[in-house]
Design a protein around this ligand. Structure first.
Ligand code: WTA
Length: 658
């Protein structure tokens, strides 16, 4: 672990404001007092198996009940709800069809050019069944992995639910990733099929998704992929390979709208979702059927205090875990109305979000701090032009939120009326872990507050011992929870080593650590400080510095590269790359553009360095390790503090400074 988690503590230590849940909100909320929250925490602690077992029986439908709540006999490999049979697609659809929820709106979709669609639960069920049947007709069976590379269209959610229905794990690849990044994920996942669209609207441009899929599959690079299902979205011309490609609308026409949900084992893989870590290629995080379902369901219910008449909107992309858990599975499992929006705010449409809130009378809004900071910068005049009075609850996710942005969100967007839930979690945790319960927990701007019932979170030192109040340390989870990732796809060793053995297990007990630093204040509130590993968080997107470095080094001009994050007012962090060119090559005006374009091709535009600095050599230890701490300080214009005696060649520093 290169850096010291205590470094960024100063700024939030000063924050003293506390906001009690408003009496109006408390009156109708499901968990409506701190005492009730405490009782839940206590009962989960006293008998976790009873707590989770009862929750699973109450909240999910089971084709066959489980025999054992948790098998933790082979840590860190957990099995939850052992012996049970269920299906998340059934829990999100079929079980709502018996009562009034059948004709309730399940999904509202607002398209980028202004088109819209609505599906009731009954309609969504029938669409999902047709697609599930279509997948079967393409030869996809239980256990086959299906990749999705899609824009934010309803078909993305439908495809996920269709895969889940037949027990085919899905692997959603964010539509902003390049064909190279897609190919890596298809190969690692051994995908049997890809579901995509002709193109997608992104800001004011069209991106050609189908062409990217063609490139990813070119030259026989992914022989496992036998079929490609293509949604018609933008209407642009695409090449259809007669042996491999089929149009979604054509194949759907031939399917019936009945497809019984497969009775899956609790531990059958539901999906694989790739995310960046500090080393190597992105990791395929594996989530399984029952535990993930319960966690997405329960956390959604607790944190968003969902009521039957709520219109809920999460602005994430389905390509990320937030889209999985809180656009699709959490809301639908609860029978809620979930909104999906294809657009994003941009200079040509800065009020886009507020327009959607006004139009659909959104009552619960969940977005990222980076978006809030951008809105804050462009001024309250824009949101003030819209009627946002339907809002009753606001949420944030993805990165630490600075207290100023929190207070602005509360006052300007929430009219000082809505509680804010700052939710801390990760791809690996499946759902939220630390968050206020809006009717119960007093909030402090910038703090994700307290762990959810049953979540054994702590802040520890590198030996795994709890640190004292307000001292920085590693944010860890000390006991298993239902939504935990089960393994890294095809790499159990990496799972064990990177998450569970990084910190020394105390008394032989495994503790989970996934890269964040934090402190706890005198009330036990958690203040998450951000990543302390070599992962950077750019506008809420997780990127491994190693991945960007490998992309740079794969360019013919580059000999070596080191990438670090630099604090950024809007994006949280920006990407700074220090690059050494091959001997005899002098950088010219075009080199920077060339390298940025190369990274964009290799990974995607989100990974493009904001700044590239050419240097003759990089600061290294005698054993050849790049000293990123020094580069981080240099990138952000800070003094280089700490020990530099391990530097192999001191003159490198002077060169870099100049
Ligand atoms: C960061 C996104 C502070 C954190 C759900 C974590 C946060 C990483 C918060 C996971 C928050 C997420 N406060 N930091 N409320 N939420 N993070 O896997 O660094 O894309 O480790 O999951 O985002 O990113 P991921």
């Amino acid at each position: 672990m290169a850096s010291d988690p205590s470094i960024s503590i100063e700024s939030v230590l000063q924050e003293q404001r506390v906001f009690e849940p408003s009496p109006g909100f408390v009156k109708t909320s499901q968990i409506s007092s701190f005492t009730r929250y405490q009782e839940m925490v206590d009962s989960a602690k006293t008998d976790p198996n009873k707590f989770w077992g009862e929750a699973a029986l109450k909240e999910l439908h089971w084709f066959k009940s489980f025999e054992k709540v948790l098998d933790w006999s082979n840590p860190p490999f957990a099995k939850w709800f052992v012996g049970g049979k269920t299906n998340i697609s059934f829990n999100c659809l079929d079980r709502h069809l018996d009562g009034p929820t059948a004709d309730k709106t399940a999904l509202i979709w607002e398209g980028e050019p202004g088109d819209q669609k609505k599906y009731t639960y009954r309609e969504l069920h029938s669409e999902v069944c047709k697609v599930a049947n279509a997948l079967k007709s393409l030869g996809i069976t239980r256990g086959d992995l299906v990749a999705l590379y899609m824009p934010m269209v309803p078909e993305a959610a439908i495809a996920m639910l269709a895969c889940a229905r037949i027990g085919a794990p899905h692997s959603v690849v964010f539509g902003g990733f390049s064909s190279e990044a897609l190919r890596d994920r298809l190969v690692d996942g051994n995908a049997k099929a890809v579901i995509t669209a002709d193109g997608g609207f992104r800001k004011d441009k069209i991106i050609s998704l189908k062409t990217a899929v063609d490139n990813a599959l070119s030259e026989g690079s992914c022989p496992s992929v036998k079929s490609v299902l293509v949604v018609q979205r933008t209407g642009e011309k695409v090449q259809m390979n007669a042996e491999r490609d089929v149009w979604w609308h054509e194949i759907i026409k031939k399917q019936t709208s009945e497809c019984p949900a497969e009775q899956l084992d609790s531990e059958d893989t539901l999906f694989v979702l790739y995310t960046s870590g500090s080393t190597g290629k992105p990791k395929g995080v594996v989530h399984t059927t029952a535990g993930y379902n319960l966690w997405a369901h329960l956390t959604f219910k607790w944190i968003f205090d969902i009521r039957d008449d709520d219109i809920y909107w999460c602005t994430a992309d389905v390509g990320w875990i937030t889209g999985h858990s809180y656009i699709v599975y959490g809301p639908l499992s609860n029978g809620a109305t979930t909104v999906m929006y294809e657009g994003v705010p941009r200079p040509s449409n800065p009020g886009a979000f507020w327009d959607v809130i006004q139009k659909y009378k959104i009552s619960i809004f969940y977005t990222a701090p980076t978006a809030i900071r951008a809105f804050m910068k462009s001024g309250r005049e824009i949101p003030d032009q819209f009627d946002l009075s339907s809002l009753r609850l606001l949420g944030t996710v993805g990165e630490p939120i600075n207290p100023e942005a929190w207070v602005w969100y509360r006052e300007v967007i929430g009219g000082s009326n809505c509680p804010i839930v700052d939710t801390w979690w990760q791809t690996e945790t499946g759902g939220v872990m630390i968050s206020p319960l809006p009717g119960a927990t007093p909030t402090k701007p910038g703090s994700a507050t307290l762990p959810l019932p049953g979540i054994d979170a702590d802040v520890v030192d590198s030996n795994g011992n709890s640190v004292s109040t307000n001292e920085g340390g590693y944010l860890v989870i000390k006991s298993p929870w239902p939504g935990m990732m089960r393994t890294v796809h095809k790499n159990a060793k990496r799972f064990r080593e990177s998450y569970w053995e990084y910190l020394k297990p105390v008394d032989g007990n495994y503790i989970y650590f996934a890269g964040d630093g934090a402190r706890r204040d005198e009330d036990g509130y958690f203040w998450v400080m951000g990543r302390v590993d070599d992962v950077i968080n750019v506008s809420g997107h997780r990127l491994g510095t190693m991945e960007i470095e490998s992309a740079l080094v794969s360019h013919e001009l580059v000999s070596e590269a080191a990438v670090v994050g630099r604090p950024d007012d809007l994006k949280g962090e920006s990407i700074v790359a220090f690059v050494t060119l091959k001997s005899g090559i002098d950088p010219d005006e075009g080199s920077i553009d060339q390298l940025r374009a190369h990274v964009s091709r290799e990974i995607g535009p989100i990974a493009k360095p904001d700044e590239i600095k050419f240097t003759e050599s990089l600061p290294k230890t005698r054993s050849g390790k790049i000293m990123r701490r020094i580069l981080r300080a240099l990138a952000s214009g800070k003094e280089i503090s700490g020990d530099t005696s391990t530097l192999e060649d001191k003159s490198v520093l002077d060169n870099l400074r100049s």
